[in-house]
Ligand binder design. Structure first.
Ligand code: AVJ
Length: 339
Protein backbone atom coordinates (compact mmCIF):
# COMPACT_ATOMS: atom_id res chain seq x y z
CA UNK A 1 0.00 0.00 0.00
CA UNK A 2 1.34 3.36 -0.96
CA UNK A 3 1.65 5.73 1.86
CA UNK A 4 2.01 9.44 1.62
CA UNK A 5 1.73 12.42 3.73
CA UNK A 6 0.93 16.08 3.19
CA UNK A 7 2.63 18.94 4.81
CA UNK A 8 0.04 21.46 5.89
CA UNK A 9 1.65 24.87 5.89
CA UNK A 10 1.29 26.26 9.34
CA UNK A 11 -0.73 29.43 9.44
CA UNK A 12 -0.46 31.99 12.13
CA UNK A 13 -3.91 31.50 13.58
CA UNK A 14 -3.90 35.11 14.70
CA UNK A 15 -3.84 36.29 11.09
CA UNK A 16 -7.19 34.68 10.47
CA UNK A 17 -8.82 37.04 12.94
CA UNK A 18 -9.73 40.63 12.26
CA UNK A 19 -8.65 43.43 14.57
CA UNK A 20 -11.75 43.24 16.74
CA UNK A 21 -11.42 39.51 17.34
CA UNK A 22 -7.76 39.93 18.14
CA UNK A 23 -8.61 42.62 20.68
CA UNK A 24 -11.27 40.39 22.26
CA UNK A 25 -8.85 37.44 22.31
CA UNK A 26 -6.10 39.48 24.00
CA UNK A 27 -8.54 40.83 26.60
CA UNK A 28 -9.87 37.33 27.30
CA UNK A 29 -6.37 35.91 27.71
CA UNK A 30 -5.03 38.88 29.70
CA UNK A 31 -7.94 39.13 32.14
CA UNK A 32 -7.95 35.36 32.71
CA UNK A 33 -4.43 35.34 34.15
CA UNK A 34 -3.75 35.36 37.87
CA UNK A 35 -1.88 38.59 37.27
CA UNK A 36 -4.39 40.36 35.05
CA UNK A 37 -2.95 42.39 32.20
CA UNK A 38 -3.92 44.45 29.16
CA UNK A 39 -1.27 45.45 26.62
CA UNK A 40 -0.46 49.16 26.35
CA UNK A 41 -0.85 48.90 22.57
CA UNK A 42 -4.60 49.08 23.18
CA UNK A 43 -4.37 52.58 24.68
CA UNK A 44 -4.37 54.25 21.30
CA UNK A 45 -7.90 54.55 19.98
CA UNK A 46 -8.94 58.07 18.88
CA UNK A 47 -9.60 59.19 22.47
CA UNK A 48 -6.43 57.54 23.77
CA UNK A 49 -4.27 59.24 21.14
CA UNK A 50 -5.86 62.56 22.03
CA UNK A 51 -5.15 62.00 25.73
CA UNK A 52 -1.56 61.03 24.93
CA UNK A 53 -1.13 64.30 23.02
CA UNK A 54 -2.40 66.09 26.15
CA UNK A 55 0.16 64.20 28.23
CA UNK A 56 2.97 65.43 25.96
CA UNK A 57 1.92 69.00 26.80
CA UNK A 58 2.09 68.50 30.59
CA UNK A 59 4.92 70.11 32.56
CA UNK A 60 5.56 66.87 34.41
CA UNK A 61 5.92 64.80 31.23
CA UNK A 62 9.47 65.97 30.43
CA UNK A 63 10.08 63.41 27.66
CA UNK A 64 8.55 65.33 24.77
CA UNK A 65 10.22 68.64 25.55
CA UNK A 66 13.58 66.97 25.98
CA UNK A 67 13.32 65.25 22.62
CA UNK A 68 12.13 68.46 20.94
CA UNK A 69 15.23 70.16 22.34
CA UNK A 70 17.49 67.39 21.03
CA UNK A 71 15.96 67.46 17.56
CA UNK A 72 16.18 71.25 17.31
CA UNK A 73 19.70 71.58 18.67
CA UNK A 74 21.31 68.66 16.89
CA UNK A 75 20.03 69.17 13.37
CA UNK A 76 23.51 69.76 11.99
CA UNK A 77 24.89 66.49 13.26
CA UNK A 78 21.80 64.60 12.13
CA UNK A 79 21.96 66.05 8.66
CA UNK A 80 25.70 65.41 8.41
CA UNK A 81 24.98 61.69 8.44
CA UNK A 82 22.77 61.63 5.38
CA UNK A 83 23.46 64.79 3.39
CA UNK A 84 25.68 63.23 0.73
CA UNK A 85 23.19 61.06 -1.10
CA UNK A 86 19.46 60.69 -1.72
CA UNK A 87 17.67 58.96 1.13
CA UNK A 88 14.31 57.84 2.48
CA UNK A 89 13.36 59.37 5.81
CA UNK A 90 11.38 56.45 7.20
CA UNK A 91 9.32 57.05 10.31
CA UNK A 92 7.97 54.14 12.33
CA UNK A 93 4.69 55.17 13.99
CA UNK A 94 4.28 58.86 13.32
CA UNK A 95 2.01 60.09 16.10
CA UNK A 96 0.96 63.73 15.84
CA UNK A 97 4.11 64.61 13.91
CA UNK A 98 5.18 67.61 16.01
CA UNK A 99 8.71 66.31 16.46
CA UNK A 100 9.11 65.06 12.91
CA UNK A 101 8.20 68.50 11.55
CA UNK A 102 11.40 69.92 13.03
CA UNK A 103 13.47 67.43 11.03
CA UNK A 104 11.42 67.82 7.86
CA UNK A 105 11.76 71.60 7.94
CA UNK A 106 15.49 71.42 8.36
CA UNK A 107 16.01 68.77 5.68
CA UNK A 108 13.98 70.86 3.24
CA UNK A 109 15.81 74.08 4.11
CA UNK A 110 19.19 72.50 3.44
CA UNK A 111 18.02 71.07 0.11
CA UNK A 112 18.50 67.42 1.03
CA UNK A 113 17.40 64.97 -1.62
CA UNK A 114 14.95 62.83 0.32
CA UNK A 115 11.44 61.54 0.51
CA UNK A 116 9.40 61.13 3.67
CA UNK A 117 8.06 57.60 4.24
CA UNK A 118 5.89 57.33 7.36
CA UNK A 119 4.83 53.75 8.17
CA UNK A 120 1.77 53.13 10.32
CA UNK A 121 -0.90 50.44 10.53
CA UNK A 122 -3.68 52.96 11.07
CA UNK A 123 -5.09 54.05 7.72
CA UNK A 124 -6.98 56.99 9.24
CA UNK A 125 -3.87 58.28 11.04
CA UNK A 126 -1.94 57.96 7.76
CA UNK A 127 -4.58 59.85 5.80
CA UNK A 128 -4.45 62.75 8.27
CA UNK A 129 -0.66 62.78 8.24
CA UNK A 130 -0.35 62.79 4.45
CA UNK A 131 -2.91 65.60 4.12
CA UNK A 132 -1.14 67.56 6.85
CA UNK A 133 2.25 67.15 5.15
CA UNK A 134 0.81 68.27 1.81
CA UNK A 135 -0.53 71.43 3.41
CA UNK A 136 2.53 72.28 5.50
CA UNK A 137 5.26 71.20 3.10
CA UNK A 138 4.24 71.63 -0.55
CA UNK A 139 7.79 70.77 -1.70
CA UNK A 140 8.01 67.54 0.24
CA UNK A 141 7.35 64.21 -1.39
CA UNK A 142 5.54 62.02 1.13
CA UNK A 143 4.99 58.36 0.51
CA UNK A 144 2.94 56.91 3.38
CA UNK A 145 2.81 53.15 3.86
CA UNK A 146 -0.15 51.62 5.64
CA UNK A 147 1.38 48.41 6.93
CA UNK A 148 3.21 46.87 9.84
CA UNK A 149 6.73 48.23 10.24
CA UNK A 150 8.68 45.27 8.90
CA UNK A 151 6.60 44.60 5.78
CA UNK A 152 6.75 48.33 5.09
CA UNK A 153 10.55 48.39 5.36
CA UNK A 154 10.92 45.28 3.21
CA UNK A 155 8.64 46.69 0.52
CA UNK A 156 10.60 49.91 0.53
CA UNK A 157 13.93 48.15 0.11
CA UNK A 158 12.80 46.07 -2.84
CA UNK A 159 11.43 49.14 -4.51
CA UNK A 160 14.11 51.82 -4.07
CA UNK A 161 17.86 51.40 -3.84
CA UNK A 162 18.32 54.33 -1.55
CA UNK A 163 19.88 54.82 1.82
CA UNK A 164 17.29 54.59 4.58
CA UNK A 165 17.26 56.85 7.59
CA UNK A 166 14.80 55.24 10.00
CA UNK A 167 13.48 57.25 12.93
CA UNK A 168 11.65 55.80 15.90
CA UNK A 169 10.94 58.74 18.16
CA UNK A 170 9.54 59.27 21.63
CA UNK A 171 10.72 56.29 23.63
CA UNK A 172 8.14 53.92 22.16
CA UNK A 173 10.80 51.22 22.60
CA UNK A 174 10.25 51.72 26.34
CA UNK A 175 6.95 49.86 26.10
CA UNK A 176 8.85 46.70 25.12
CA UNK A 177 10.52 44.38 27.60
CA UNK A 178 14.24 43.97 26.94
CA UNK A 179 13.63 40.70 25.08
CA UNK A 180 10.91 42.30 22.95
CA UNK A 181 13.11 45.32 22.24
CA UNK A 182 15.89 43.02 21.02
CA UNK A 183 13.49 41.13 18.78
CA UNK A 184 12.02 44.36 17.42
CA UNK A 185 15.42 45.88 16.64
CA UNK A 186 16.71 42.70 15.03
CA UNK A 187 13.63 42.70 12.80
CA UNK A 188 14.39 46.30 11.84
CA UNK A 189 17.99 45.25 11.13
CA UNK A 190 16.76 42.37 8.94
CA UNK A 191 14.68 44.77 6.88
CA UNK A 192 17.54 47.23 6.23
CA UNK A 193 20.75 47.46 4.20
CA UNK A 194 24.34 47.77 5.33
CA UNK A 195 25.07 51.40 6.27
CA UNK A 196 21.43 52.43 6.71
CA UNK A 197 20.85 54.62 9.73
CA UNK A 198 18.49 54.32 12.68
CA UNK A 199 17.66 57.05 15.16
CA UNK A 200 15.83 55.77 18.23
CA UNK A 201 14.55 57.66 21.28
CA UNK A 202 15.17 56.29 24.79
CA UNK A 203 14.15 57.74 28.14
CA UNK A 204 17.12 57.65 30.50
CA UNK A 205 17.22 56.47 34.11
CA UNK A 206 16.90 59.43 36.45
CA UNK A 207 15.65 60.58 39.85
CA UNK A 208 12.70 58.38 40.74
CA UNK A 209 10.60 61.33 41.95
CA UNK A 210 10.75 62.84 38.46
CA UNK A 211 9.60 59.57 36.92
CA UNK A 212 6.78 59.19 39.42
CA UNK A 213 5.38 62.65 38.75
CA UNK A 214 5.72 62.24 34.96
CA UNK A 215 3.42 59.21 35.15
CA UNK A 216 1.13 60.51 37.92
CA UNK A 217 0.40 64.08 36.81
CA UNK A 218 -1.61 66.39 39.06
CA UNK A 219 -4.34 67.04 36.51
CA UNK A 220 -5.02 63.32 36.18
CA UNK A 221 -4.50 63.18 32.42
CA UNK A 222 -2.36 60.04 32.73
CA UNK A 223 -5.06 58.47 34.91
CA UNK A 224 -7.69 59.25 32.26
CA UNK A 225 -5.35 57.87 29.56
CA UNK A 226 -4.94 54.62 31.49
CA UNK A 227 -8.65 54.27 32.38
CA UNK A 228 -9.59 54.92 28.75
CA UNK A 229 -8.59 51.36 27.85
CA UNK A 230 -11.57 50.13 29.93
CA UNK A 231 -13.82 52.60 28.12
CA UNK A 232 -12.49 51.18 24.87
CA UNK A 233 -13.48 47.65 25.98
CA UNK A 234 -16.93 49.04 26.83
CA UNK A 235 -17.29 50.70 23.43
CA UNK A 236 -15.81 48.05 21.18
CA UNK A 237 -16.56 44.79 22.99
CA UNK A 238 -19.70 45.66 24.93
CA UNK A 239 -17.90 45.69 28.28
CA UNK A 240 -19.60 46.90 31.45
CA UNK A 241 -16.67 48.48 33.29
CA UNK A 242 -17.60 51.25 35.73
CA UNK A 243 -14.53 53.50 35.49
CA UNK A 244 -15.20 55.03 38.89
CA UNK A 245 -14.52 51.62 40.45
CA UNK A 246 -10.90 51.56 39.24
CA UNK A 247 -7.96 53.84 39.92
CA UNK A 248 -4.75 54.55 38.08
CA UNK A 249 -1.55 53.56 39.87
CA UNK A 250 1.87 54.38 38.40
CA UNK A 251 4.99 53.08 40.09
CA UNK A 252 8.69 52.54 39.42
CA UNK A 253 10.07 49.02 39.61
CA UNK A 254 13.67 49.47 40.69
CA UNK A 255 14.68 45.96 39.69
CA UNK A 256 13.22 46.16 36.18
CA UNK A 257 14.18 49.80 35.73
CA UNK A 258 10.70 50.50 34.42
CA UNK A 259 7.70 52.63 35.21
CA UNK A 260 4.64 50.43 35.35
CA UNK A 261 1.01 51.42 35.14
CA UNK A 262 -1.85 49.55 36.73
CA UNK A 263 -5.59 49.88 37.04
CA UNK A 264 -6.60 48.85 40.55
CA UNK A 265 -10.10 47.59 41.35
CA UNK A 266 -11.52 49.56 44.29
CA UNK A 267 -13.96 46.87 45.34
CA UNK A 268 -15.00 43.29 44.79
CA UNK A 269 -16.78 43.29 41.44
CA UNK A 270 -17.78 41.21 38.50
CA UNK A 271 -17.55 42.80 35.06
CA UNK A 272 -19.40 41.31 32.11
CA UNK A 273 -18.03 41.72 28.57
CA UNK A 274 -20.72 40.96 26.00
CA UNK A 275 -18.52 40.03 23.03
CA UNK A 276 -16.41 37.71 25.14
CA UNK A 277 -19.55 36.22 26.62
CA UNK A 278 -18.40 36.08 30.20
CA UNK A 279 -17.76 38.07 33.33
CA UNK A 280 -14.40 38.69 35.01
CA UNK A 281 -14.07 38.76 38.79
CA UNK A 282 -12.02 41.36 40.63
CA UNK A 283 -10.96 41.30 44.27
CA UNK A 284 -10.76 44.57 46.18
CA UNK A 285 -7.37 46.18 45.33
CA UNK A 286 -6.65 43.69 42.59
CA UNK A 287 -4.51 45.25 39.83
CA UNK A 288 -4.56 44.97 36.05
CA UNK A 289 -1.10 45.63 34.62
CA UNK A 290 -1.41 47.99 31.65
CA UNK A 291 2.01 49.39 30.75
CA UNK A 292 5.78 49.07 30.99
CA UNK A 293 7.87 52.13 30.32
CA UNK A 294 11.47 51.01 30.50
CA UNK A 295 14.21 53.49 31.38
CA UNK A 296 17.75 53.03 30.09
CA UNK A 297 21.37 53.78 30.88
CA UNK A 298 23.52 54.85 27.93
CA UNK A 299 25.47 51.62 28.47
CA UNK A 300 22.22 49.57 28.22
CA UNK A 301 21.49 51.26 24.90
CA UNK A 302 24.95 50.56 23.53
CA UNK A 303 24.69 46.91 24.50
CA UNK A 304 21.27 46.67 22.85
CA UNK A 305 22.67 48.18 19.63
CA UNK A 306 25.61 45.80 19.60
CA UNK A 307 23.46 42.74 20.33
CA UNK A 308 21.17 43.50 17.40
CA UNK A 309 23.77 44.31 14.71
CA UNK A 310 24.21 48.07 14.90
CA UNK A 311 27.17 50.36 15.51
CA UNK A 312 26.47 53.42 17.64
CA UNK A 313 27.36 56.61 15.74
CA UNK A 314 26.28 59.27 18.20
CA UNK A 315 24.13 59.94 21.25
CA UNK A 316 22.15 63.15 21.17
CA UNK A 317 21.25 64.04 24.75
CA UNK A 318 19.22 67.01 26.04
CA UNK A 319 20.77 69.59 28.37
CA UNK A 320 19.23 68.03 31.50
CA UNK A 321 20.50 64.56 30.60
CA UNK A 322 17.00 63.07 30.69
CA UNK A 323 16.52 61.74 27.18
CA UNK A 324 18.62 60.44 24.30
CA UNK A 325 18.13 60.04 20.59
CA UNK A 326 20.73 57.42 19.82
CA UNK A 327 21.96 57.17 16.23
CA UNK A 328 23.06 53.79 14.93
CA UNK A 329 24.42 52.41 11.70
CA UNK A 330 23.41 49.01 10.29
CA UNK A 331 26.39 46.68 10.06
CA UNK A 332 25.92 43.62 7.85
CA UNK A 333 28.49 40.92 7.20
CA UNK A 334 30.11 41.43 3.80
CA UNK A 335 28.44 38.61 1.87
CA UNK A 336 24.97 39.76 2.83
CA UNK A 337 25.45 43.42 1.88
CA UNK A 338 22.59 44.65 -0.19
CA UNK A 339 20.18 42.03 1.05
C1 AVJ B 1 4.17 56.79 24.14
C2 AVJ B 1 5.18 54.90 25.14
C3 AVJ B 1 6.40 56.93 24.95
O1 AVJ B 1 5.72 55.31 27.95
O2 AVJ B 1 6.13 57.40 28.25
C4 AVJ B 1 2.79 58.32 28.70
C5 AVJ B 1 3.19 56.48 26.91
N1 AVJ B 1 2.24 56.31 29.21
N2 AVJ B 1 2.30 58.31 29.95
C6 AVJ B 1 5.55 56.50 27.67
C7 AVJ B 1 2.76 57.03 28.23
C8 AVJ B 1 1.95 57.11 30.27
C9 AVJ B 1 4.58 56.87 26.54
N3 AVJ B 1 5.07 56.35 25.22
Amino acid sequence: MASSYSVIKQEDYRETFDAKHLFALDILVGLSETRKRISSKYFYDARGSELFTQITNLDEYYLTNCELEVLSDCQESIIGLVRNEPFNLVELGAGDGRKTKILLEHFLKTNCDFRYVPIDISESAMKDLVIDCGENFPDLSTNGLVSDYFSGLKWLNNRYKRRNFVIFLGSSIGNFTHAEAREFLRNVWNSLHHDDIVLAGFDLKKDIELLLSAYNDREGVTAAFNLNVLERINNELGGEFDLSKFRHFGTYDVFLGAMQSYLVSLERQSVFIRDIGRAFEFWPWEPIHTEYSYKYLISDIHRLAEETGFRVERDLIDSKGYFVDSIWRVVKPRESNGN
